[in-house]
Design a protein around this ligand. Structure first.
Ligand SMILES: [Zn+2]
Length: 250
């Protein structure tokens, strides 16, 4: 009786598919595909961070640099006057921190043209050091104030850090509008420190994007490997991604 029960359990384990790759001869803990994916994702992330640091260095953008941020209103102005309206007023801000844990290669490798969440990701922390275009007696509670903490999104940095953005984004329809609202570097710095060692290569956003580390009660699809034809694999598993794309479009 006991032996039969044990045989039945073993059979169950053998037939239960791995929650990540869906093959049946192993489970998630011993999944070689998952292990390899993590390694390749770390590698791509390391390369992207280096790229990001290089872009910061050549722009002179880092902690201590000064940027000018447009905060005007273009809602009522005709398209050819949008840029002018955007710059009617704004802030001068000093970069106080780079949020390395928010910076990952999916910002470049995926087509972010239709992805507001990625484009609006706040990746830089700032402090407001000056205002321009605001009336002296206009003390509306919604106006930015000297010394306020603020932040800049990926989209607001498109002019300063162009090389780290996806080409589709730079060429896309969104660009014209977003370039109007982008920050301008007015006070560059010379020294750009590397990301601190304690920021893990596989950030929580990457864990989520690739379903690498699902919570205990996650649904099946939250545990599953992302299909290889997804853009986020494009530089992680280049040849497999290209093959999957071809099959997908056949
Ligand atoms: Zn597996």
């Amino acid at each position: 009786m006991y032996e039969r029960e044990q045989a039945r359990r073993e059979a169950m384990i053998i037939h239960r598919a791995c929650s990540y790759c869906k093959q049946t001869n192993h489970n998630r803990r011993s999944c070689k595909v998952l292990k390899e994916d993590k390694n390749l994702i770390s590698k791509r992330q390391q390369a992207y961070r280096d790229e990001f640091l290089l872009a910061m260095t050549s722009a002179g953008f880092g902690i201590g640099s000064l940027v000018k941020v447009p905060r005007g209103s273009s809602r009522l102005s005709p398209p050819d006057r949008a840029l002018e309206s955007a710059w009617e007023r704004g802030t001068v801000e000093m970069v106080v921190d780079i949020s390395w844990h928010e910076i990952d290669f999916t910002l470049k490798d995926t087509n972010t043209t239709n992805n507001h969440i990625k484009r609006d990701r706040r990746i830089v922390k700032t402090r407001i050091v000056g205002l321009f275009g605001y009336a002296v007696d206009d003390s509306s509670q919604y106006n930015p104030k000297q010394n306020d903490r603020s932040s800049l999104s990926m989209a607001q940095l498109v002019n300063i850090l162009e090389p780290v953005f996806s080409p589709e984004w730079l060429d896309g329809r969104a660009t014209a509008h977003e370039k109007i609202w982008t920050a301008l570097l007015i006070g560059p710095v010379k020294t750009i420190p590397a990301p601190p060692a304690h920021v893990p290569l596989i950030t929580s956003a990457l864990n989520r994007d690739f379903n690498l580390n699902p919570r205990q009660r996650a649904d099946d699809w939250e545990k599953r490997r992302t299909p290889l034809d997804d853009h986020k694999w494009s530089m992680v598993r280049k040849s497999e991604y290209e093959k999957a794309r071809l099959e997908y479009h056949r």
